[in-house]
Design a protein around this ligand. Structure first.
Ligand SMILES: C[S@@+](CC[C@H](N)C(=O)[O-])C[C@H]1O[C@@H](n2cnc3c(N)ncnc32)[C@H](O)[C@@H]1O
Length: 118
């Protein structure tokens, strides 16, 4: 799913919607009963202010976490991209409330400021 239109992909159900809205989660739930995995690569349009973009990234990641909580099977997995910043520890603690094993890593290609958390 994406807030912007996505070109059709054979064998893939595509949903256009805002991850921050319950109505979008309901649309996803209309397509599947439960998910094995939720992967979120959503990112805000970059403003040029890292702290602002970081806060908006955390907002999207928090919505993705809420989505994961609602649609994941018991024992399911969640992977999310987050722009690194001072709100990260709070977000990580929130993820730890719901997942038994939580790992953070940053692929080389992401550069020094980006971390991906699983
Ligand atoms: C880095 S791109 C990744 C897109 C896709 N995963 C890819 O690899 O081509 C980030 C995507 O997040 C989407 N996005 C931003 N805010 C969103 C929101 N509130 N709800 C859903 N998608 C959003 C953007 O439209 C953009 O397509």
């Amino acid at each position: 799913m994406d807030i912007l239109p996505i070109d059709e992909i054979e064998g893939v159900d595509i949903i256009k919607g805002d991850i921050r809205l319950d109505t979008t989660i309901e649309k996803i739930r209309g397509k599947i009963e439960k998910a094995d995995v939720v992967i979120c690569d959503a990112a805000p349009n970059l403003s040029g202010s890292w702290s602002y973009d970081h806060a908006r990234s955390i907002d999207l990641a928090t919505s993705a976490l809420e989505c994961a909580r609602k649609i994941l099977k018991l024992g399911g997995n969640f992977a999310v991209k987050v722009f690194q910043g001072d709100m990260f520890p709070g977000f990580l603690n929130k993820v730890r409330e719901y997942f038994g094993k939580v790992q953070a890593f940053s692929p080389e290609a992401s550069g020094s400021k980006a971390l991906r958390y699983m």
